[in-house]
Ligand binder design. Structure first.
Ligand code: IVH
Length: 704
């Protein structure tokens, strides 16, 4: 057999196998035979590209070539939809349209799939391009990834030119399955984000492994003659051409009977409704929404008659012949002015939306996190776009969607591939980009601020602002430098923002922090996955010193870590990597020689060393304190000195430590003759010098 014939025969065989498997769920051959034939055809296509069919079934498998998604011009307007948030507005759209037309109209109603908008371009019946919406006139060519979706026809039974619009999405169940296999820092927030990431995977082989699907909802024929007369017939035709259309289709006419008759005439499945049924339909779909196998964020109502669509035309942003009913109303709308890039303490890159300040839920929002490139892609977000924002969980502002594309021609934003702080080339780890340079100033400052923050080493007066000042004046470069700070130089330099008071408070804060327990030091180092809880689990599980952690990491075996209840594989791997990193080891060595608690043994020794001055005493604590905040800190000071603490004043209570407020307990103590101690006296008892009042710095955190 000639090569060309063999290739044609292989292609048609594979196509039949694929179609039968996908459409009927039946395998006509064994997996190994199928793979053998595919490999053979791939090899032949590589050797004889001139004989490769443009709709070859090998495209479904994807390849390991790197995609670069060139920008291409759309030949149809790819606009978004005007929005409605109530059934009245939908009814209003119906009646306005009918009035404008001055005659009868009918409307199609479809689910608004929450996925990635896609246009499939066919020439002479062959799929030539799959393009994202982009800014509506220019999108990205993502063909190699899209052709891996089995339900998308690579060729049509008719040799026509047609552009088909639809939504690429990941079914909810598949999302759960795929997401469960991803490590924590790569998990997607929702099916749409995972679908967006897949559509832009660099290797189509990887995209092929994610079971994306597509529903098609509009067709634009190259030849006007061939264009069906209305939406019903467009949908029927698309279905006949082999496109997948959503069976949840509804049709509205003056009466239910009329609607049903039209559906029947077009040969289309679906539910007929009269105009009066809009409210019912919307509430029915709202109820159905959670039971669907895919995410929808609204319903789309479209005028059925194509000549009317043409007559009504388009605004700058949307067709005048359609409207989207949205399930949730936006909280606020604003403009995306720019995107800034933050470098976190672990080197993680976070794009941040800088939006025109807008009031939302009692505060003014100027910024919102955009998480990563995948998130930006899923929104197809460009500078200058009008966006809607909400407060997730009532706290964190989030950009929900693009309401109107910008008119400057800006396309989807791409995060630059170099670190904005140090210029290093960024690296991909899962869905995030990282700056690999340990000495990157933003990372180093972030590490120090994290180390000293309230929930970690809690170093008074060493917040992000002071860290920044000390860093800029070269007095602080690494975490361990905190303990060898040259205070006299700091005073000498007369740094604005670091006065004598700050220096005093710093000295005291740094000194006190030397006594923090081992697990606090461990969690303060900022090792990914190792927070307060994990540090405690590790310590209780036998890794009660840095030395033990280092030795275990040296061996590179995850087993001793996994033997501890509550330890996962990811954390174990991260720990091994961290405790082999010369940078971390250098810091640990320095902290060890500086006398910080690098083992639990040191914690115990310190407790024993504390004079047991409160033995036999029973203390109750009330009110609020300047130096013991939260109050549990005061309780701890009493307990480690042998005292017992109780929550109410009784005849057995020997002392009441009374801070500000706390009226009723004080009265009770007075009545019972219990000794009342104020904060100042208590500090004297503990032998702690009374310092200046704390100057609070804002809690460290990247946006809020
Ligand atoms: S029709 C010219 N129908 O929603 C009219 N859009 O916010 C084109 N969408 O960009 C849109 N399901 O990506 C239409 N059944 C549906 C849809 C749908 C989802 C998306 C589409 C569009 C966006 C508008």
């Amino acid at each position: 057999m000639e090569i060309k014939e063999e290739m044609i025969a292989l292609a048609s065989k594979l196509k039949i196998y694929q179609d039968t498997y996908y459409k009927e769920g039946k395998s006509l051959v064994s997996d190994s035979e199928y793979d053998r034939l595919t490999d053979r055809l791939i090899a032949l296509e590589k050797e004889f590209p001139e004989f490769a069919a443009p709709d070859s079934p090998t495209k479904r498998v994807g390849s390991d070539l790197t995609n670069d998604f060139p920008e291409v011009q759309h030949s149809i307007p790819v606009l978004s939809l005007d929005k409605a948030y109530s059934d009245e507005s939908v009814l209003d759209f119906f009646s306005r349209s009918i009035e404008k037309k001055g005659g009868e109209l009918s409307f199609a109603a479809e689910e608004k799939i929450d996925g990635i908008s896609m246009v499939l371009y066919y020439e002479d019946g062959i799929l030539v391009r799959a393009v994202t919406r982009g800014n509506g006139s220019v999108g990205n060519d993502v063909t190699p990834n899209i052709v891996t979706i089995p339900s998308i026809p690579l060729s049509l039974p008719e040799s026509i030119d047609i552009a088909v619009r639809g939504e690429v999405y990941l079914p909810k169940k598949e999302f759960e399955k795929v997401n469960a296999t991803l490590p924590d820092d790569q998990k997607a927030a929702n099916p749409r984000n995972l679908a967006a990431g897949t559509v832009r995977r660099q290797k189509s082989q990887e995209a092929a492994r994610i079971p994306l699907d597509m529903y098609c909802y509009e067709g634009f024929w190259g030849d006007e003659e061939e264009t069906p007369k209305d939406h019903l017939h467009i949908m029927k035709k698309l279905s006949d051409l082999g496109f997948r259309i959503n069976p949840d289709f509804a049709f509205f006419a003056r009466t239910k009977e009329e609607a049903e008759a039209k559906l029947k005439e077009a040969g289309l499945e679906g539910d007929g409704y009269g105009f009066n049924d809009i409210k019912d339909y919307i509430s029915r779909m709202t109820q159905k929404r959670p039971t669907l196998d895919h995410e929808i964020d609204g319903l789309v109502f479209k005028i059925n008659e194509l000549d009317v669509r043409q007559e009504f035309g388009y605004t700058e942003h949307h067709p005048r012949w359609a409207i989207a009913y949205k399930f949730e109303s936006p909280q606020a709308e604003t403009v995306l002015n720019s995107i800034t890039i933050q470098v976190g303490r672990t080197g993680r890159i976070t794009p941040v939306a800088e939006i025109a300040p807008t009031a939302l839920g009692g505060s003014t929002i100027k910024r919102a996190t955009l998480h990563n490139q995948e998130y930006i892609d899923s929104l197809e977000l460009a500078i200058g776009d009008r966006v809607s924002i909400t407060k997730r969980g009532d706290v964190i502002p989030a950009v929900e969607e693009v309401v109107e594309k910008n008119e400057m021609g800006n396309t989807t934003y791409r995060i630059p591939l170099t670190c904005p702080c140090c210029g290093a080339e960024l690296v991909h780890k899962g869905v995030h980009l990282f700056c690999p340079n340990y000495d990157c100033p933003d990372q180093a400052k972030g590490r120090i601020s994290f180390f000293s923050s309230r929930d970690q080493m809690d170093i008074e007066s060493l917040g992000p602002k002071t860290v920044e000042l000390l860093w800029n004046n070269k007095l602080l470069k690494r975490v361990e430098d905190i303990y060898t700070l040259d205070y006299s130089k700091a005073t000498e330099m007369k740094i604005q923002g670091i006065g004598d008071k700050t220096v005093d408070a710093l000295k005291k804060g740094v000194e006190e922090s030397k006594n923090r327990p081992y697990t606090t030091v461990l969690s303060s180092l900022g090792i990914p996955e190792v927070g307060t809880k994990t540090a405690k689990i590790l310590s209780d599980g036998g890794f009660d010193s840095f030395e033990k952690l280092r030795l275990a990491a040296e061996k590179g075996d995850v087993e001793p870590f996994l033997a501890i209840k509550g330890m996962g594989e990811e954390t174990a791997k991260t720990l091994i990597e961290a405790f082999r990193d010369p940078n971390l080891l250098k810091t640990i060595d320095a902290l060890t020689s500086l006398g910080l608690h690098v083992s639990e043994e040191m914690d115990k020794k310190e407790e024993e060393d504390k004079a047991q001055i409160f033995t036999g005493e029973v203390w109750c604590v009330t009110g609020s304190f300047e130096n013991f905040n939260p109050r549990s800190k005061a309780l701890k000071e009493i307990e480690i000195r042998g005292g017992r603490t109780v929550s109410s004043v009784t005849g057995k209570t020997t002392h009441l430590l009374a801070g500000k407020g706390g009226g009723s307990k004080r009265a009770e103590a007075e009545k019972l003759g219990v000794r009342i101690i104020n904060e100042e006296e208590f500090m004297l008892l503990l032998g702690i010098q009374i310092g200046e009042k704390k100057e609070e710095e804002p809690k460290q955190g990247f946006l809020f």
